[in-house]
Design a protein around this ligand. Sequence first.
Ligand SMILES: N[C@@H](CCC(=O)N[C@@H](CS)C(=O)NCC(=O)O)C(=O)O
Length: 208
Amino acid sequence: MNKPKLVYFDIDGARGETARLAMVIGRVPFVDDRVKFADWAGRKPSTPFGALPVLEVNGQTVAQSNGINRYVGKLTGLYPDDPWQAALCDEAMDAVEEISTRVWSTMALPAAEKKAQRESLAAGPLSHSLDRLQRRLVAHGGQYFADGRLTVADLKVFVWIHHLRSGQLDHVPVDLPDRVAPRLVEHHDRVKKHQAVKAYYAARKVAI
Ligand SMILES: N[C@@H](CCC(=O)N[C@@H](CS)C(=O)NCC(=O)O)C(=O)O
């Protein structure tokens, strides 16, 4: 197999970051094709759904972030073999996808509407989602979402919690995860301390 190429925006987060982290942790060499926003219009038509991330392997392309995460998880040993544990891993990844899609869909709204929608999401569906994710983590032992070990689900939740606490989302209180889901914040801090994760962000000079 040739080196997989992950194509995603030149940002250290969001939908492409889970697969990047998985390949770093699993030591699978890959081409990290970081698309500048200025170049996106020219590249968009050649992607399967007009969106990123996409993964290219042996001249073929696949889209959809969670499908990519599963594939990369299998390459890196970060996806459960057991079908039930795999379903739990998917559950957490899909839960993050569901709520993050709602939050990110406010991005291009006019300022006043964005504020109103984000405040309403933060107080309602986002808090609810964080609470429910936390309960699932606790129900499975409090350390990992599936298989009693680090999987791509943990990486996806880590990236999401990091984003929520980063201050990049106007009108979403940065302390929302700490208030609503402290066990998810503990989980985030554990993943952050993973040797390969620390080394990766240090090399990229990104504060996490
Ligand atoms: N369901 C898709 C959503 C992909 C998506 O919306 N990606 C965003 C970036 S996170 C994008 O490409 N936005 C640019 C555009 O739609 O033109 C997935 O999970 O990969």
